[in-house]
Design a protein around this ligand. Structure first.
Ligand code: GDP
Length: 266
């Protein structure tokens, strides 16, 4: 979800439900793409999830805010494995709605929950159709106080919108719920829905299939990362790339010509 939708508040409420009511353990990771404009992290360094962070059954990893999305994704996948090995049976991965990061997160998790606001309009929230298609569950947050009626209306609208989407490979039909993360309302119902998803997809075999496909995609990503790093390892290659980039900007070489030249030289 976008900044301000209530991700920290929601994760804190859900995390505490898991640890306190259900006796489980929860790890919270974040994929935080750097802002294309400022280069700074989007999720920010504010102190987040203060109550969950002191819970002995919760582990919150500050977001790695530097590096390419590909690099961050790879480190987050490794962190998921480590958390699982350390007995954290529930791993929540948070990201902001700015495009590629949701796709990256969907490629490493079992379940994708999209947090939305009523009255904000899809464009304002930066929500693209593709992201809605990724979602296994849409949740309209801040359904409390004066905002309750608007949340119920938004729920209807999203329900209408998603019924025209093609069926997901899991055969699971996405649903729309409302909640108040602040008041801790409907958090249980949301988590039950996640449990339903697991039961249904384990039964159909999709759950394991999806995980195996993710592992294969992980291998491809790791190769791409390694090739990229190897290619730019030599200082002379980096210098040549800088020079060619200038030539491309100056219009003396086409981007494709420059790329070919560098690939042949290195
Ligand atoms: P994030 O940027 O997505 O992590 O959003 P935060 O969790 O920091 O929440 C942004 C603001 O919305 C904060 O002032 C929260 O107190 C408020 N907020 C979050 N969830 C709710 C909710 O369910 N109801 C209301 N009324 N406010 C909320």
């Amino acid at each position: 979800g976008v900044p301000g939708v209530g991700k920290s508040t929601f994760i804190e409420a859900l995390g505490r439900h898991i640890t306190q009511d259900l006796g489980g353990k929860v790890a919270v990771l974040a994929v935080d793409p750097t802002s294309p404009l400022t280069g700074g992290s989007i999720l920010g360094d504010k102190t987040r999830m203060t109550r969950l962070s002191t819970d002995p059954n919760a582990f919150i990893r500050p977001s790695p805010s530097s590096g390419s999305l590909g690099g961050v994704t790879q480190r987050t996948r490794e962190a998921i494995l480590l958390c699982e090995a350390a007995g954290f049976d529930n791993v929540l991965v948070e990201t902001v709605g700015v495009g590629q990061s949701e796709v990256a997160v969907a490629s490493m998790t079992d379940f994708f929950l999209l947090l939305l606001l009523a009255n904000a309009g899809d464009e304002l929230q930066g929500i693209k159709r593709g992201v809605i298609e990724l979602a296994d569950l849409l949740v309209i947050n801040k359904a409390d106080g004066a905002n309750k009626a608007a949340a119920a209306l938004a729920r209807k609208q999203y329900e209408n919108a998603i019924q025209f989407l093609p069926a997901a490979p899991s055969n699971w039909r996405a649903q729309v719920l409302t909640c108040s993360a602040l008041k801790g309302e409907y958090i249980e119902a949301i988590w039950r829905r996640v449990g339903d998803y697991r039961a249904v997809t384990q039964q159909s075999g999709y759950f394991d299939l999806h995980r195996r496909e993710q592992l294969a995609a992980w291998m491809d990503d790791a190769i791409e990362q390694a090739l990229h790093a190897r290619f730019y390892a030599k200082a002379s290659t980096r210098a040549a790339a800088d020079k060619l980039r200038e030539a491309v900007k100056a219009g003396t070489k086409s981007p494709f010509e420059a790329a070919r030249e560098l690939l042949e030289k290195a």
